[in-house]
Design a protein around this ligand. Sequence first.
Ligand code: GLA
Length: 378
Amino acid sequence: MRETEQRAARAFNEKFGQEPDLVASAPGRVNLIGEHTDYNGGFVLPCAIDRRIAVAVGSDRGGWLETLLYSTDFDETREAGQKDDSWADYPRGVGWAMGEAGYEVGGFRAAFAGDVPLGSGLSSSAAIEAATALAIDALFGFGIEGTDLALLCQRVENDYLGVGTGIMDQYASLLCKAGAALLIDCRSLEAKSVPLDLMQAGLTLVVCDTRVERGLADTGYNDRRATCERAASTLGLDLLRDATEGDLDLLSGAELKRARHIVTENIRVLEAVEALENTDFDAFGRLMYSSHASLRDDFEVSTPELDTFVETAEVHGALGARLTGAGFGGCAIALVPENETTTVTNAARQAFSEREFKDPAFYEFVPAAGAELAQPKS
Ligand code: GLA
């Protein structure tokens, strides 16, 4: 078992005085390219990171409402009942969504442990949803497909928590494979793995957490989504995915800018996949920079911190860099030759300090495995 999985199992034992029936874990993600395209039915290319949330579960309680949820990170136990704006709303939401879908979720005990940085745009929320969904599915023997588990987890965000997120994070957390990125067509919901052997290419994926909390993210996010929907309807389309560059002439103002990002970003994702298939990381990197410029100028979700990291990375030899996730704070990524990693992170630290930004945190990631059961129920 991985370290987080062991911690969850140990916590279960200590808290509830027995062995768990099983342990599941699911990763956070970075998105390599294809931002805000998912809820427009477009293309995204995330990969799972080697930071996970694990949950150990045992089903020895009556009904769903008797479920107990324990978090090692917060060192607290919460009940399954009412929403309370805490971490427990994610597992609660999963139980709720499964119930809505007609599955009879019984009562259980759960202990969570994780190392996905919280609230920094690396999808700790999708990780806790995916781990819970996989654990409940295995515990009660529902046999739900990974793609359907992802859709249930998306319902948690959309209908339980009221955030209009797309499908990317939940798909990535449940379906990514180690050593690969995942190309998702967010309209057909088809996904395919795209090999991403960074080590072989002597490259590292550096993540810069700007440590700017995404306080207004949900409002800003829902607002961007609404403008995209208006732009699609101005064009007589269901989804902006179907807009062409020519259609942009029919739009103006914010609708034009948002739609231009979506149209060009979808093209970039497909070009990026082609670049990866040809192991052309220079071309891939250039697409990352264009994606960032488009998110900054047209979609307007960047921040001075994210821009500073991207600019500094470019000056110090990164092949590509861009904000990742929703924007409005959170993280940026850079594709950096292994031997330049320290130069890039040191330079970024210094640039942040000169501009009196918060001290950033850096992580290096390899594309990791999606959600897995650590101990399948026998
Ligand atoms: C958040 C959402 C995703 C996606 C990204 C932006 O991470 O959860 O569905 O829309 O923002 O690409």
